[in-house]
Design a protein around this ligand. Sequence first.
Ligand SMILES: Cc1cc2nc3c(=O)[nH]c(=O)nc-3n(C[C@H](O)[C@H](O)[C@H](O)COP(=O)(O)OP(=O)(O)OC[C@H]3O[C@@H](n4cnc5c(N)ncnc54)[C@H](O)[C@@H]3O)c2cc1C
Length: 303
Amino acid sequence: MGNVAFHTATTVDEALALLGDGSDARVVAGGSDLIVQARHGKSLPGTVIAIHRIAALDHLESADGLTLGALTSHATIAADAAVRATWTALADASALVGSHATRNVGTIGGNVMNASPAMETGGPLIVLGASVTLRSAAGDREVAIEELWTGPGTTSARPGEICVAVSVPTQPANTGSAYVRLEYRRAMEIAIVGASACVTLDDNGIVTDAKIALTALAPTIIRSPGAEVAIVGSDGNDDALAAVAAGASADAKPISDLRANEDYRRAMAGVIAKRAVAVAAQRARGEEFPIPATPVFMKGSGR
Ligand SMILES: Cc1cc2nc3c(=O)[nH]c(=O)nc-3n(C[C@H](O)[C@H](O)[C@H](O)COP(=O)(O)OP(=O)(O)OC[C@H]3O[C@@H](n4cnc5c(N)ncnc54)[C@H](O)[C@@H]3O)c2cc1C
């Protein structure tokens, strides 16, 4: 790893001072991305600042919208009753991250700032309308989650900024959300294809609003306008769901790699988006659906 100076900060101010202009320094939270990448040869900056002891960044509040301190672990998010009830897609996603160990050390701040197009929580945060709070010596600024990612592994955060919180607004009545991914094995998997949906119904069960996002199907997680228009105005019947699938496949911009080729990913984008929308609509109607939703669809994928 070369000559790297490690520091441990116990306050955000201390971390910001150590980070300086950010030109040769990085923060590390759980280390489940940064340290693993470094072990695989990715170089570290001259200074690494551990932030896991900053108690002020480890909190979950759900009284007025959801506010997650950057250090909130996936395990905490997946187990929280309010998240499971109101921001269910996020619980679906956090419950799928890696293994028990990964979910205990991995943080929401690390997940969003790592900016992987295959990250679990990104799609749910998009469809739920989330934003992140970035703090620097100059103060706080709020960035819509869709504006955060600029490419695989890159964000619009400026050098010297730390993510202090992720906020998700209160959802309208009769709203349900879901995250479903295609996985080849039951754990320690990253999404080959993922889809998130958030739908709102009127009193007659007609979809009045829908947000649908696709994971691992473009350089960043993207919305699928084609899938969204296909479901709004319908009651979620099979024809509408088939149109969602066609819209999602058309909007996907997949690559071929050793895990799946482009054609397969495009076809699966439709299947997985359809499933996510169907589960979100079920939840919007107040029907129970297991969390995480994914194992219900994946044979032998029960955890
Ligand atoms: C075995 C294994 C399985 C995994 N499975 C999954 C999976 O299924 N799904 C998935 O999405 N991910 C998975 N991951 C990746 C990882 O666990 C998650 O992305 C996790 O949320 C990262 O959080 P962290 O706190 O460990 O990040 P770190 O490694 O500490 O940081 C990741 C990046 O974010 C930056 N960063 C961290 N916190 C902040 C902050 N507050 N402000 C600014 N920048 C910050 C760091 O500088 C670094 O660039 C897996 C990892 C492992 C090792």
